[in-house]
Design a protein around this ligand. Structure first.
Ligand code: AKG
Ligand code: FE2
Length: 233
């Protein structure tokens, strides 16, 4: 698809999906590196209070922050970055590379916006890369509400309850999803150990802590201080 069409679809829908974007062998290699990092029983990163209240169970890992640039085959991929240029036309910065692990039997991730939507120009761009197939058996589907990046704040409600218009996706190994951080999304309960990765980018000039506050249906949560900053009822 032409870059111009890609940008049009992204800005219209709030996301765009590319299947078989990355080579299967590269994905296998990366999946193994990620699995090795987490080991068999990864520690939980978040407090019990957060997990219970948010209905989010995911263990993040930021390899580049630890001086481990192990995923340059994605991070420096020309086509991947050319699409990013086309989406963020005024320039952009890499925010961070975040790996995510969710254990079999865990809750997935409740509906959220990665950052507050009050200023439409201030947002993160998720560049999600899937290193293994998400199937009916694995669970952990990603659910997105098309065009919700233009809908303001996520409505108050139950953390995982269906939202009208939602679309459920089962990305395959090598799939990339470019997803606007204001677009409502969630991850369904995880039946088999799940890995995903996010090479987050931001428009130039965006504060580095843009994703410190996440909007859920029942609260706003600040990760840096592990505190609920707003109860939503
Ligand atoms: O793991 C996924 O499929 C989505 C994760 C997510 O919500 C995010 O990285 O912002
Ligand atoms: Fe997210």
């Amino acid at each position: 698809m032409e870059l111009e069409k890609i940008a049009q679809e992204f800005w219209d829908q709030g996301y765009i999906i590319f299947e078989s974007f990355f080579d299967g062998k590269l994905m296998d290699a990366y999946n193994n590196i990620i699995l090795e990092h987490y080991g068999l029983s990864p520690d939980r990163e978040h407090t019990d209070e957060f997990i219970t209240k948010s209905a989010v169970e995911v263990v993040p890992w930021f390899p580049y922050r630890e001086g481990k640039p192990l995923f340059d085959g994605i991070d420096k991929n020309e086509h991947f970055n050319a699409i990013t240029d086309a989406l963020l036309t005024k320039g952009w910065d890499n925010l961070y590379c975040m790996m995510m692990f969710s254990k079999a039997g865990s809750k997935g991730q409740a509906w959220h916006q990665d950052c507050p939507p009050e200023s439409p120009a201030q947002f993160n761009l998720n560049r999600l890369v899937y290193t293994h197939d998400i199937t009916e058996e694995t669970g952990g589907e990603i659910v997105i509400v098309p065009q919700a990046h233009k809908a303001g704040v996520l409505p108050v409600g139950a953390p995982h309850e269906d939202i009208e218009g939602q679309v459920v996706y089962r990305p395959k190994k090598g799939t990339v999803i470019f997803l606007h951080g204001h677009c409502f999304h969630r991850v369904k309960p995880v039946k088999q150990d799940r890995i995903s990765s996010n090479f987050r980018a931001v428009p130039k000039g965006t504060p580095e802590d843009i994703t410190d506050v996440c909007v859920y249906r029942n609260m706003r949560y600040r990760f840096s201080t592990s505190e609920v900053i707003e109860e939503r009822v």
